[in-house]
Design a protein around this ligand. Structure first.
Ligand SMILES: [Zn+2]
Length: 151
C-alpha cells in the first residue's frame, strides 16, 4: 500500500481546509531527513476560486528550503470544492510536473483524496498511465482519523 502520504498530512490538510474555504488550497508535501512529512502551503494566486496558480518563485523557495535541510518535495497538493478527480487543466499541468499529485476535498468531517503518480516507465502519457490511490478520512470529534484506502 502506498504510504507516500501519512495520516498526519491528511489531518493537517483537513484543518487547513476548515480554516480557509474560499480559494483552492495549494502547496507541497515535504519529506524531511528523518522521514517526517510536512505540508507547506503556497499562496494561491488564481483569481478564480476553482483554480490554483503558484508563483514559480514560491515553488523554487519551497524546493530550495527542502533541499537545504536534506529533504525533498514528494507531492504537489491542491484542493477542490467538489470532487477530487483531475480537471482537464489539472491533467495538462500534471503531465508537465515531476511530482505526484494529491487532490483533496473536505465535506463536513470527511476528507476525500485522489493521489496520482505518473508511471514514467510507460511510454504512453495520459491519465490512464497514472497510478491512482484514493480514499477518505473521517475526522471524529477527537480528531482521530478513520482512514480507508483503495486502489
Ligand atoms: Zn484541480
Amino acid at each position: 500500500m502506498d504510504r507516500a502520504v501519512p495520516d498526519s498530512i491528511f489531518r493537517t490538510l483537513a484543518r487547513c481546509l476548515q480554516a480557509s474555504k474560499t480559494a483552492e488550497l495549494c502547496g507541497f508535501i515535504v519529506k524531511g531527513v528523518h522521514d517526517d512529512h510536512t505540508f507547506v502551503a503556497v499562496p494561491n494566486l488564481s483569481p478564480s476560486p476553482a483554480c490554483f496558480t503558484m508563483s514559480s518563485l514560491d515553488v523554487r523557495r519551497v524546493r530550495e528550503r527542502a533541499v537545504r535541510s536534506g529533504g525533498k518535495l514528494t507531492a504537489l497538493v491542491h484542493s477542490h470544492s467538489t470532487d477530487t478527480r483531475m480537471s482537464i487543466d489539472d491533467e495538462a499541468a500534471f503531465m508537465n510536473c515531476d511530482l505526484p499529485w494529491l487532490i483533496v476535498s473536505l465535506f463536513g468531517r470527511a476528507l476525500s483524496w485522489h493521489y496520482y503518480k505518473l508511471d514514467r516507465e510507460c511510454n504512453r502519457v495520459d491519465r490512464s498511465t497514472a497510478l491512482v490511490t484514493q480514499g477518505q478520512m473521517i475526522l471524529d470529534s477527537s480528531d482521530e482519523p478513520r482512514n480507508t484506502r483503495s486502489r
